[in-house]
Design a protein around this ligand. Structure first.
Ligand code: G1P
Length: 288
């Protein structure tokens, strides 16, 4: 039986330059998908997978994230006066989702550098990583399925999903082989040219890491985009131990750029019981 994973790390220090001007004064993690910020979907997935402790790596201008997961007594008092008990319950639910901690990244030196900031908090335990741009819509939470692989094997797990050739240079791409029912990651490369990529299987923002990653991250030199990449550190780790892949079931949606964001909003909106049907008939009218 492997150690249970209770801690998650969410890097959220990026500047969100692809969403300016919206992100000039608001963190991109707070971009709403219908009426919930993107990061809340991620934290809900973490909690539904059994995570109880979350460390968010933030930076300048990210105060709104802390405020969102905190109690807002003024707002509650105001809603109380108006008799909005349901909304108060929902707000309290959000602030009690998990024990959430914050640390600042300081210099934005890349995803690998952000993860390294979690070292003290995580200690000597395996932990989960969720990237703020990636949402996974599935019946069972994606991270829960990854935890099943970890508890069976005790090795790091990376979530992967196929992408179009034109999308390959945006992602970490893996070389993998099937071993019975398990997917074994043999190698990986960060943001390769499509012609040089080892496959079309992209790493998406869900990882289960073992604490030996920290020592490797410390020694990892800047790679693609001049950043310290988690993919490069995992590649080194993969030479020492097995890394398993999890083929994502369900829909991988991203909020990393405008077009994907729009698609994600439509996808979530159409599935909502309260606004979905009316929104669908509006869209039908609109494209007539
Ligand atoms: C990061 C990772 C990359 C991964 C991607 C998933 O890239 O470095 O390996 O495929 O997230 O969203 P970023 O989106 O930060 O450029």
């Amino acid at each position: 039986m492997q150690q249970k994973i209770t801690k998650a790390v969410i890097p959220a220090a990026g500047l969100g330059t692809r969403f300016l001007p919206a992100t000039k004064a608001m963190p991109k993690e707070m971009m709403p998908i219908v009426d919930k910020p993107a990061i809340q979907y991620i934290i809900e997935e973490a909690v539904a997978s059994g995570i109880t402790d979350i460390l968010i790596i933030t930076g300048r201008g990210k105060r709104a994230i802390e405020d969102h997961f905190d109690r807002s007594y003024e707002l509650e008092a105001e809603l109380q006066k108006k008799g909005n008990a349901d909304i108060i319950r929902e707000l309290n639910r959000i602030s009690s989702l998990a024990s959430i901690h914050y640390i600042r990244q300081g210099k934005p030196l890349g995803l690998g550098h952000a993860i390294l900031k979690a070292r003290e908090h995580v200690g000597n335990e395996p932990f989960a990583v969720f990237l703020g741009d990636d949402l996974v819509k599935s019946e069972e939470p994606c991270m829960k399925k990854m935890m099943e692989i970890f508890s069976r094997t005790g090795f790091p797990v990376v979530a992967v999903s196929p992408v179009e050739k034109s999308e390959i240079p945006k992602y970490g791409i893996v070389k993998a082989r099937q071993e019975g029912s398990e997917l074994i990651i043999e190698d990986m490369v960060e943001k390769p040219a499509a012609e040089k990529a080892p496959s079309n299987l992209a790493i998406l923002g869900r990882y289960i890491l073992t604490p030996d990653i920290f020592g490797i991250l410390e020694k990892t030199k800047p790679g693609a985009n001049g950043e310290i990449n988690l993919t490069d550190a995992l590649r080194t780790l993969g030479r020492k131990k097995k890394i398993y892949g999890y083929r994502v079931e369900g829909k991988w949606m991203t909020v990393g750029d405008r077009m994907s964001y729009l698609k994600t909003v439509v996808e979530y909106a159409l599935d909502r019981k309260d606004v979905g049907p009316e929104f669908l008939s509006y869209l039908r009218q609109r494209i007539k």
